[in-house]
Design a protein. Structure first.
Length: 317
């Protein structure tokens, strides 16, 4: 039996264990194409859509990929997804089975679409996304605590051990961000639960303008400015728009806090570049998509570090 067939059988059997679904005739099909570059969508787990053949009712299932063990704490990710469900800022979770790595959720399909950068031209959408991220931070601590700077060190060591392909200036990128780590560690705010991934493809937006945050795989306790910085770097190419969003989110503009958020965002690019390179080196999936994604994140990190503003921000954190 192929891996596809095994996963399909496992997903269908799991759905039939849900209340009200035991006797239904169901079919499971891939929900969306797996795409690492540029959005890292469907990489952490196989996405399935399960349909009731009689009623047409559907559910969305995420079956974690073996590659996820390289960089994801599944138990923490599933707990975060459940919390988001309870808060109404993520899809409703029907089942979270850590042992099998299976997360069953409502299917936000018709009337919803994956977030794209052009939608962030609407400040109302941006503010809803930021409000959802902030609301999650009010809860109790998650099982995992992680700093982007600590993870950079970890993933860099893992990538070296895996003989991953890294850019020629990888050591320079690491050294520059170690300077940022030294400057910012004494200033880090109390760690709170955060989503942990600013990629806009982790947002679903409805036709009515509602938002839901998805893919809680990088959730952890961290400085809230780290979470904000990862989103700002992803969402805005230009500083004025990033500053405006920061000001609306925080109730005013604090230059030093904004600089810390921006530096966290640069560090997040390096972290994701290392994750992409690590998965490219270790995954059994034969594709160049992982390294393409890593190359893009390395490039964006390199561009930011070469701006004069990097040194200016370091002096004013």
């Amino acid at each position: 039996m192929s891996r596809f067939d095994e996963e399909q059988t496992l997903v269908q059997a799991s759905i039939r264990s849900l209340p009200g679904w035991q006797e239904r005739a169901v079919v499971a099909e891939p929900a969306l194409p797996v795409l690492a570059s540029p959005s890292w969508r469907g990489v952490d787990g196989s996405p399935w859509r399960v349909s009731d053949t009689a009623s047409g009712e559907t559910l969305f299932v995420k079956l974690m990929d073996p590659d996820a063990v390289f960089y994801i704490d599944v138990a923490c990710a599933f707990e975060a997804a459940q919390r988001a469900s309870d808060l109404g800022i993520g899809p409703r979770v029907l089942k979270a089975d850590i042992a099998s790595g299976m997360l069953v959720m409502e299917d936000l399909d018709k009337g919803w679409r994956v977030g794209t950068l052009d939608q962030l031209l609407d400040t109302a959408i941006v503010d809803k996304i930021l409000a959802a991220r902030q609301r999650f931070q009010d809860g109790p601590p998650l099982p995992r605590t992680a700093s982007v700077f600590d993870e950079i060190e970890r993933f860099h060591a893992d990538a070296i051990a895996a003989n991953a392909v890294l850019p020629s200036e990888a050591d320079w990128l690491l050294a520059e961000l170690q300077l940022a780590a030294e400057a910012m560690r004494p200033l880090a705010a109390k760690a709170v639960p955060v989503h942990g991934d600013g990629n806009i493809s982790n947002v679903l937006i409805s036709d009515a303008g509602e938002v839901r945050l998805v893919d809680w795989d990088r959730a952890a306790n961290a400085d809230p400015l780290e979470d904000l910085g990862s989103f700002l770097v992803e969402a805005f190419d230009e500083m004025p728009e990033a500053r405006d969003a920061f000001s609306r989110m925080t109730g005013g503009f604090d230059e030093r806090a904004f600089n810390r958020a921006w530096l966290y965002g640069i560090a997040d690019d390096l972290r994701w570049g290392l994750i992409g390179a690590l998965v490219a080196a270790k995954s059994s999936r034969d594709t160049h998509e992982f390294y393409k994604f890593a190359s893009w994140r390395f490039l964006r990190c390199r561009m930011a570090l070469r701006e004069p503003r990097f040194g200016q921000a370091l002096r004013r954190v």
